[in-house]
Design a protein around this ligand. Structure first.
Ligand SMILES: [Zn+2]
Length: 309
């Protein structure tokens, strides 16, 4: 009863539309081609969870219920390829308590968190030297994606030119990325052709197994990374374009309470519709929001026991 009253009070206070989902109009685009990747044997993808934040669906997407508790994960996605090892985002590092103070106060006071093992310690435990990483590839430069960078000194950090300009600018949401320093940041472009309806792309290894595309909205230089593993699975690492999978499934944008976290709400909305269309054309595509614990629970885990030999 108390929870129901609290829910009503918060719903009223936030001006949320109640419990009914508020999907965006999204016509299905059947013309999207799905290029066939040539993923090499031995390529792997692993989820490295570094922490959890405890929130509610009402704070994650429009139409989400206050009583629907959600665990937001923070971490990195490791992609091992014979030609390089990439870590998508760095998750929480040991300094997360101080780092978190750079996040918007409203999200801070509505969210509890805990810290788990850093990406660097997880790599070491699995017999992978953190220094062996080819690069950390940021989906974007918000605090909960860069906090773990302090455990990876010297590792190149790949960001789009637009994201690097965003970090170097005055925006409060990139204060931590600025403070940690941008000496390791390497800006890249999208020299390759159209991909799944995106005008430009970057095929990292030249075999279609890891393709980056620009997805401005949540931040000006956000990306989506399409990853295809040799077992036939295909993933879209969408960063924070949606925090939970309903953002793409419905699709639904973030709620009013989170209105400040998307740099460009209209562009974010357009990207959600595009991802929704891609998912409709490729039903087996695994959409991986950076913070959806239900999706992360299905991803392969990096063993802490190094493989023999
Ligand atoms: Zn973000």
């Amino acid at each position: 009863m108390r929870t129901a009253l609290l829910s009503l009070a918060v719903t009223a206070a936030l001006g949320l539309p109640g419990c009914s989902p508020a999907p965006l109009a999204a016509p299905i685009d059947q013309t999207l081609a799905a290029p066939a990747p040539q993923s090499p044997a031995g390529m792997r993808l692993y989820a490295l969870q570094t922490g959890r934040m405890y929130s509610r669906a009402a704070f994650a997407f429009k139409g989400g219920r206050f009583g629907d508790r959600r665990v937001f994960v923070a971490g990195g996605i490791l992609v091992q390829h014979p030609r390089g090892t990439l870590l998508f985002d760095a998750g929480f590092g040991p300094g997360v308590e101080a780092h978190r103070k750079t996040s918007p106060w409203l999200l801070r006071v509505t969210t509890k968190y805990d810290r788990q093992t850093s990406v660097a310690d997880q790599l070491t435990a699995a017999g992978i030297a953190p220094s062996a990483l080819t690069a950390v590839v940021l989906t974007h430069a918000h605090w909960d994606h860069v906090s773990g960078l302090e455990t990876l000194p010297g590792t190149p950090v790949w960001v789009t030119r637009d994201e690097l300009a965003f970090v170097r600018g005055p925006d409060a949401s990139t204060a931590l990325a600025r403070r940690l320093g941008t000496a390791s940041y390497v800006a890249y472009d999208f020299p390759d052709g159209p991909y799944l309806g995106f005008a430009r792309s970057r095929d990292v290894f030249g075999d279609g197994s890891v393709v980056l595309v620009p997805s401005p909205g949540h931040t000006p230089g956000s990306i989506v990374a399409f990853v295809a593993t040799p077992d036939g699975k295909r993933y879209a690492l969408i960063g924070d374009t949606a925090w939970q999978r309903e953002g793409v499934d419905l699709p639904a944008e973030k709620p009013w309470v989170a209105r400040g976290v998307d740099d460009d709400r209209a562009a974010t909305r357009a990207m959600l519709i595009r991802l929704h269309q891609i998912k409709a054309a490729m039903p087996d595509l695994i959409i991986v929001p950076a913070h959806d614990s239900r999706v992360w629970a299905t991803l392969p885990k990096l063993s802490s026991t190094p493989a023999a030999g």
